[in-house]
Write a protein that binds this ligand. Structure first.
Ligand SMILES: [Zn+2]
Length: 690
């Protein structure tokens, strides 16, 4: 945001897929073999409904400038007009609304809206998107090659893909193209319409023609995201060969896969210049834009620096570095390629980066990207309470966790995805569904949500991940059925052998730990059901002990009312039996309040504690004067209570000293919704009692 000064900028994010259900282990992006997952609960259903209507339209309205007063102001802020200007041939007009990556943000919103349309059909919204698609399509056909990047075309013509004195890291040509590709795939999947998919294929083909091993150009996205997008395009056609014939353009799926691999494996392979760390962003940009230097880069390219994970080759990266959104999206793209090539080199790198992030650089809310400057990861154990933590980075790491689950079927990855969903992601939106955050510090002063931002990257990313939530609840692997999230819902799920299982889940999670599951297969046979046992519930707050809690309570598991011993495999309770109508699994997770402490290596969090209950991290929201005198003991007494009338219905936790309430904690995601407090703290000061 403030770093928005120029090169240092950027935001954003990306993707994943819909449900994994019924897909092969190796390929998570085939059409899911699951009927829609219908969510019926008190927590997510009202939210998803609100986001599918209020939030999507709010985001499109604001991209159209409708939050501004007067027709002139609105027109000046209408980012959709960028496409119209290009379509009308008004090139070199210098008139471009927003930053160069606004095309990408519009595509991302279309992608998020597409996935919502699948679960929440909305004719009006679909019509609205069709008009945008007509404009995007019309803009693209003005260039015979299929090129489209409205910023470059309107402001820096001749600098396509950052060539000829351009600056790709600023222009975002490849990033925007990647977002167009994923939007085309998602909109086709939601509606069966091919117009945006055609635009996606054209720009993908153009990139495949020009970028790759010599004699093509060595070019990688300066902002990751396109890597996974190309895998989605590849999988779409690989799994539906007949679809090619419905398009008036050539489709070559293998090329999309090859380019995704090239982009990943060619990171760190460049001229070594500019020296970002030494010269700074401005001088580095100047060097890149100098035509004399460009002419020396015939067989090479500039480096995008550690900021864009481009200082060393990807397989040599030991730690997760640089701009947190880019880093998590690169990892997501790498994981997507690994689903196809099963390369041990990819897997080793992914495990290493994930371990470094989750074990040493992740906040208790799941947020990542500690440092404001360059919006980047900090050093190991640098986890200050006032850290930056962009909403988009939470989304990017959520996608990374999800992909790691798809690759390994280990529950620990879903633990971390769940942490994000209930904390660092959910705090990014107001209860009203139309105010957002960019930074999400754990302790803050005068932290407010905004109506709109000069870099509104976070709302589209928010829509991209929340639209996928129904697809995160269940998964399959051959004949195994996974229950990953505890959200009241029902679905029909097809297993690898074709058997269809009707599953129903009832719960009042996260406010209550009781989860009831009914499993009813069409054909009677033994089916192993894997129910995730969240790490926190088993006393493992973090797989690397970055955080530890004082919770040591048993988890109860019953089948048809009879207690059973938990057979735990990779973070799941596994129950295998011939399920029959009426069979019922009941699990009870210990959602009472617990105290969390950080690892001794985290200097900023010593003599501090955080409160959580179930997957929800809590905080105290008060005024400054209150925090000046607040001091807790390391093991305070806590009383949890459900309050249906505050903050949309939440459990609050009163922290007690005898009969006296020292403070009352609310879910961290709900801060900033009442307006009468100016500060909140997740990490609270604590002292050992004498
Ligand atoms: Zn953002």
């Amino acid at each position: 945001m403030k770093t928005l000064k120029k090169p240092g900028i950027l935001c954003f994010l990306l993707l994943c897929c819909c449900s994994v259900i019924g897909q092969q282990h190796s390929n998570s992006f085939s059409d899911a073999k699951i009927g829609a997952v219908v969510i019926q609960d008190q927590f997510w259903q009202p939210r998803l409904k609100q986001w599918s209507t209020v939030t999507i339209n709010d985001v499109f309205d604001k991209f159209e400038g409708k939050h501004k007063q007067g027709a002139e102001e609105q027109a000046k802020n209408n980012a959709l007009n960028n496409f119209k200007l290009v379509a009308d041939g008004k090139l070199v007009s210098g008139r471009h609304v927003g930053f160069p990556w606004f095309d990408g943000l519009v595509y991302e919103t279309i992608r998020g809206a597409s996935d919502y349309l699948k679960n929440y059909p909305d004719e009006q919204l679909e019509k609205r998107i069709d008009v945008y698609i007509d404009n995007i399509y019309a803009a693209q056909v003005t260039d015979a090659s299929g090129y489209l990047n409205t910023y470059t075309q309107l402001v820096e013509p001749g600098h396509e893909w950052g060539n000829n004195g351009g600056f790709l890291r600023w222009q975002h040509d490849v990033y925007n193209a990647g977002m167009l590709v994923e939007a085309g795939v998602h909109y086709y999947r939601a509606t069966g319409k091919t117009k945006l998919l055609e635009a996606a294929v054209k720009i993908a083909n153009l990139m495949c023609t020009g970028m790759g091993p010599s004699p093509k150009k060595n070019m990688v996205p300066a902002h990751s995201g396109p890597e996974e997008a190309m895998m989605k395009l590849y999988w779409l056609f690989k799994n539906n060969a007949a679809l090619k014939n419905k398009l008036p353009v050539v489709v070559q799926p293998n090329n999309y896969y090859e380019l995704a691999k090239f982009w990943i494996e060619n990171r760190g392979h460049h001229s070594g210049y500019p020296l970002w760390a030494k010269w700074g962003n401005d001088a580095s940009e100047k060097w890149i834009r100098d035509p004399q230097n460009q002419s020396q880069l015939i067989n090479s390219r500039p480096t995008w620096g550690s900021y864009a994970q481009d200082s060393v080759p990807v397989f040599e990266q030991q730690t997760i570095e640089g701009h947190a959104v880019r880093a998590t999206l690169l990892a997501t793209g790498m994981a997507a390629v690994a689903q196809e090539n099963h390369s041990p080199k990819y897997m080793q790198t992914l495990h290493r980066l994930w371990g470094n992030m989750v074990g040493k650089r992740m906040f208790i809310t799941g947020g990542v990207g500690a440092i404001h400057y360059d919006e980047k990861f900090g050093a190991d154990y640098f986890l200050p309470p006032d850290a930056y933590l962009e909403t988009c980075a939470a989304v990017g790491s959520g996608f990374f966790h999800k992909k790691m689950f798809e690759l390994t079927h280990d529950g620990k990855y879903m633990d971390e995805l769940e942490r994000i969903l209930y904390n660092s992601l959910l705090t990014g939106i107001s209860l009203s569904g139309n105010k957002y955050t960019y930074q999400n510090p754990l302790n803050a002063h005068n932290h407010k949500r905004w109506d709109w931002h000069e870099c509104p990257c976070c709302p589209p990313m928010f829509l991209k991940i929340t639209s996928e939530i129904p697809g995160y609840i269940y998964a399959t692997d051959k004949d195994k059925l996974y229950v990953n999230l505890f959200i009241g819902s029902s679905a029909n799920i097809q297993l690898g052998d074709g058997n269809i299982v009707a599953i129903k889940q009832q719960t009042n999670y996260p406010w209550d730990g009781k989860i009831v599951l009914n499993i009813e297969p069409e054909r009677k046979q033994e089916i192993p059901v894997y129910i995730r046992i969240p790490g926190w519930a088993g006393g493992i707050e973090n797989p690397y002990q970055l955080y530890t809690s004082d919770l040591h309570k048993p988890i109860s598991l019953l089948i048809n009312g009879k207690q059973v011993k938990i057979n735990k495999v990779n973070g799941y309770a596994v129950i295998s039996r011939k399920w029959k109508k009426g069979d019922k699994i009941t699990m009870e997770l210990p959602v009472q309040p617990r105290i969390i402490k950080a690892h001794a290596a985290v200097k900023d969090l010593q003599h501090k504690l955080a409160i959580a209950a179930g997957p929800v991290v809590y905080c105290v929201e008060e005024n400054d004067a209150f925090f000046k005198q607040l001091q807790l003991t390391v093991k305070p007494a806590m009383v949890q209570q459900y309050n249906k009338n505050i903050l949309g219905g939440v459990n609050t936790i009163a922290v007690k000293n005898g009969n006296k309430t020292l403070c009352t904690a609310i879910p961290y995601y709900a801060v900033g919704n009442t307006g009468d407090k100016n500060a909140y703290n997740v990490w609270l000061p604590a002292v050992e009692k004498d």
